[in-house]
Ligand binder design. Structure first.
Ligand code: AMP
Length: 557
């Protein structure tokens, strides 16, 4: 059955959300989505695909809704006919804005009997319109669109519209589930689909190609400047010698401790994306300027690491994040936080290069980058075989001495494999091991630190898109960072009892530890000995954090 596009009611999307929220089982979620997708025609499919993720723009889009909870609360209050305080009370009672809206809308006097039903298209178009509003009276114009949508909403519709507006759908669906659902709905191979997705990160478009052209169409999809690619990831190396024995010959490179960027040139436009695929072009005009000067004006995608140096030495990674989060006065901080870019790969140069072996890609990179501008360099590389392993060890020591993190060990014959943490690229570091975990709760400190959340409850990701706790961490942060984190935690509180809070999973911390041990105290069944917060990882997304499966495999050794 194919439904006529502009007639598909938002109510049917809401039923899907509700079904998704009612189960934690990934297979059930996949089936629900697959059944839904298979009834949608090709024009609307990209829209429902992206809305199933609770978004109206792809992750890498520069556009954002930009609606704060205050504005949304005002809109709800005015549609329901209560005060903003009443809405806030309800949010506190229910623990989230969606459920609070549902309750409030149920109590609202019935005025919508004869009004038109909302369609998926209407909701989608109106939300996208919100993002484009700026300038004069922007807030009140945004508010009037939200009010219009809400005034046509049933209680359940209000629940999910409000959550979508705040970009917090919370139905436990990630890109992996959506991909599985597309594969089931249209009977295409998961790996072929995966590849197309890793290359374009545009699930809506990938879904549409699947429906219209099947596997053949998917196979033709390749990367395109302008659409960020999921980066190839590194595994831990056991040792330098072991890696060389395994691969025969290797490329060893300095591992720079900054943020990974993918730089795209498409026509006249240069774009910079993080490994989370966020477009940060506006925050790094200096990097764009170096690129303009040092690389040919042709379409390309190159990859590298941005670091901050002071007197020739790299300085804390946090400075770069602060700089990138900063939306204003970029020029002012540019001088204070000078960036250097180390390029290490090329994925596209007038044509895709990802299938070429690393050694060919590296030669290509060397031939296109002009490094006379000091701000752009190529990663330092030595070619190693069993005969000169000592040189790899020297590079490692030199890297550490210069304040870098260690070395990367890469297979020169390997293609670029987007999104996969494989054995073709390894990292070898001097530092203790760390896990990237998300904060799901915390408790307030005592005495001088009573205003701060002093202890953080950390969780891993599980296979069903949920989270399982593994440790409490209470050390490693200075007072300034504690204050910043406490403020951020305040905004995502889900539940509070005495000094204990539960929060929505948003903040990712890198935690160093001495050992993983079995423990019935935490949901994962594991706990960490001597956990210490190393840093805030705003450059990662929830999909990047460590998983229960990974901890199991580290535990086994
Ligand atoms: P990790 O983030 O610990 O998984 O280590 C891999 C990361 O090292 C990559 O995602 C890059 O951000 C970073 N990196 C630094 N220098 C290099 C390099 N020369 N080649 C590849 N990755 C590098």
């Amino acid at each position: 059955m194919s439904l006529k596009n502009n007639k598909v009611k938002y109510e049917s999307m809401v039923e899907v959300y509700y079904a998704l929220e009612s189960t934690t089982k990934r297979l059930e979620k996949t089936k629900t989505l697959a059944d839904f997708f298979s009834g949608i025609d090709s024009e609307l499919l990209p829209v429902v695909t992206i809305m199933a993720l609770g978004r109206v723009f792809p992750v890498w889009s520069e556009e954002e809704l930009g609606v704060g909870s205050k504005l949304l609360i005002k809109a709800i209050a005015s549609v329901v006919g209560v005060s903003s305080d009443d809405v806030e009370d309800q949010i506190r009672d229910q623990g989230d804005i969606g459920t609070a809206s549902e309750v409030l809308f149920k109590k609202r006097s019935q005025t919508t009997f004869f009004s038109q039903p909302l369609t998926i298209e209407m909701v989608y178009n109106n939300l996208r319109k919100i993002a484009s509003i700026s300038g004069n009276r922007a807030q009140s114009r945004k508010m009037s669109i939200i009010r219009e949508l809400l005034s046509l909403s049933s209680p359940m519709e209000a629940k999910y519209i409000t959550r979508t507006v705040l970009e917090e759908l919370r139905v436990g669906v990630g890109e992996g589930t959506i991909r599985d659902a597309i594969s089931v709905a249209f009977g295409v191979d998961k790996e072929i689909l995966d590849r197309a997705h890793m290359l374009t990160n545009d699930l809506g478009w990938v879904a549409q190609v699947t429906l219209e052209e099947g596997e053949e169409g998917l196979k033709k999809i390749s990367l395109k400047p302008g659409k960020p690619v999921k980066p190839m990831l590194a595994q831990l190396a056991k040792g330098i010698k072991e890696s060389v024995t395994e691969m025969g010959r290797v490329f060893c490179e300095t591992k720079y401790d900054g943020i990974r960027v993918q730089i795209h040139r498409k026509g006249q436009e240069v774009m910079v994306f993080t490994r989370r695929l966020e477009n940060i072009s506006n925050a790094v005009p200096d990097v764009i300027e170096y690129i303009e000067k040092s690389l040919p004006h042709q379409d390309f995608i190159v990859e590298g690491e941005i670091i901050v140096t002071k007197n020739g030495k790299p300085i804390s990674f946090q400075y770069i994040l602060q700089r990138i989060r900063r939306k204003y006065d970029i020029e002012k901080v540019m001088g204070e936080v000078p960036l250097t870019l180390y390029l290490f790969d090329v994925l596209y140069f007038n044509k895709p290069f990802i299938d070429a072996p690393l050694e060919n890609r590296r030669s290509k990179l060397e031939s296109i980058v002009n490094t006379s501008e000091n701000k752009i360099q190529l990663s330092k590389l030595v070619k190693i075989t069993m005969d000169n392993v000592q040189e790899a060890e020297n590079l490692f020591t030199e890297s550490i001495d210069k304040g870098h993190e260690g070395i990367m060990i890469k297979d020169p014959q390997a293609p670029y494999i987007p999104g996969i943490r494989g054995k073709k690229m390894l990292k070898y570091k001097a530092e203790p091991e760390t896990l990237d975990l998300v904060v799901v709760g915390g408790s307030y400190g005592k005495g001088k630190r009573a205003h701060f959340i002093g202890s953080y409850l950390m969780a891993l990701r599980d296979e069903d898109g949920g989270f399982q706790t593994i440790a409490h961490v209470a050390t490693g942060l200075d007072d300034k960072t504690l204050l910043e984190l406490s403020e951020r935690m305040d905004k995502i509180i889900k539940h509070r009892k005495g000094g204990l809070i539960k929060v929505n999973p948003h903040i990712i911390l890198e935690i160093a530890y001495s050992e993983i041990v079995n423990s019935p105290e935490y949901e994962s069944g594991f706990s960490l000995r001597f956990p210490v917060v190393k840093r805030i990882r705003d450059d990662l997304s929830l999909e990047d954090i460590d998983t229960v499966a990974r901890v199991k495999s580290i535990f086994k050794g």
